[in-house]
Design a protein. Structure first.
Length: 349
């Protein structure tokens, strides 16, 4: 009999065969209402995934797992850390509004030397401590079960056997919190207390757990619908002659885009108060693939000028002015410029 209703918001570890999510699905006491995980994505995926959360299916717990891909990008110096703080605030804002208990899974990355890299998990641990959010530190868990190189199948994914242990420990956290919720109404009481505290003019939490993020869905004359068994997404199609203006009612900064990386080979030049050129070409371009939906952040946020940012689409090239995504090869392939974008993630400033 299912006792615990959960949703999962992760990246590839949340959908890979034999991963922790697969083991949670096998637990008869767990009911996974939705798996919102999207592989190969940065923490900006939080906003894009939550947009697809079915609010008619109310979860008790929302499990968040985004550290691996952030660490991957950080290791290549291709990530802006301030974005994670904004994304965590957005995640907590959703949880408090919906009445969901957040739990964070802190997965480290296996380095080439066989040691676990914990730079990102340590920062996320500090965020969790700051907001009193329960988490599972998989680095500490790994130290209890053996050496890292025996517990990971590759740099980004724990082995099937260790993923089962991760699922077991995550289930224990859910069970403990479930008992507290039933006995004390723990989360509802905490939510009310925080809402009361937020009303205080001297309260710093008012800013810390509010979200100023918005997803702007794009529109263009050329559109394409990409589908898989699990997902259907409308994309706008742009080429080298295309121009795009992103506008809103207030000043904002662009944090990232949701796109189809299998059908995108372009650099984006974004012009507002500042100008950023970032390459979105990647090693996974494949016209035969149905869809490879991802959420990628900008290495440097772009700030709007009078509420607008202009976007042009350039041929990717190896140039110091062209910033790299962590999936971008140094030397671009020779292809025509094309970009399939769904939406842009902005933060009002």
């Amino acid at each position: 009999m299912h006792e615990l209703n959960i949703k999962i918001l992760g990246t590839s570890n949340g959908i890979i065969k034999g991963g922790y999510a697969a083991h949670l699905l096998e637990n008869a006491r767990v009911n996974v209402l939705q798996n919102l995980s999207i592989g190969s994505s940065h923490p900006t995926v939080i906003a894009h995934a939550l947009e697809r959360s079915d609010l008619s299916q109310r979860e008790e717990f929302l499990l968040l797992d985004v550290c691996v891909n952030e660490q991957r990008a950080m290791s290549k110096n291709r990530y802006e850390q301030s974005i994670s703080v904004s994304m965590f605030r957005h995640f907590l804002s959703y949880c408090f509004e919906v009445g969901v208990t957040p739990v964070v899974l802190l997965l480290p990355v296996l380095g080439e030397d066989g040691q676990l890299i914990t730079e990102t998990t340590e920062r996320w641990k500090s965020l969790c401590d700051q907001y009193f959010v329960r988490y599972l530190d998989v680095f500490e868990l790994a130290n209890r079960f053996g050496t890292a190189k025996d517990l990971w199948r590759d740099s980004n994914h724990p082995s099937i056997e260790f993923s089962e242990k991760i699922a077991e420990e995550t289930f224990h956290i859910f069970s403990e919190l479930h008992s507290e919720n039933k006995k004390h109404g723990f989360f509802e009481m905490a939510r009310k207390a925080i809402n009361m505290f937020r009303s205080s003019s001297r309260n710093p939490v008012k800013e810390r757990i509010s979200s100023k993020l918005d997803i702007i869905h794009l529109n263009s004359e050329r559109k394409v619908v990409r589908k898989t068994n699990l997902l259907s997404v409308d994309f706008c199609v742009y080429d080298e002659n295309s121009k795009l203006v992103i506008s809103s009612g207030g000043d904002f900064r662009i944090l990232g885009f949701a796109l189809d990386m299998a059908h995108t080979h372009s650099a984006l030049k974004l012009s507002g108060k500042n100008i950023v050129i970032q390459r979105f070409d990647n090693s996974y371009y494949d016209e035969s693939k149905k869809l490879w939906y991802v959420s990628w952040s900008l290495l440097k946020p772009v700030y709007s000028q009078e509420g607008k940012v202009e976007v042009s689409f350039l041929k990717p090239k190896r140039d110091g002015e062209f910033l790299l995504n962590d999936h971008t090869p140094f030397q671009p392939e020779r292809r025509s410029v094309t970009a399939e974008l769904e939406s842009v993630l902005v933060e009002y400033v």
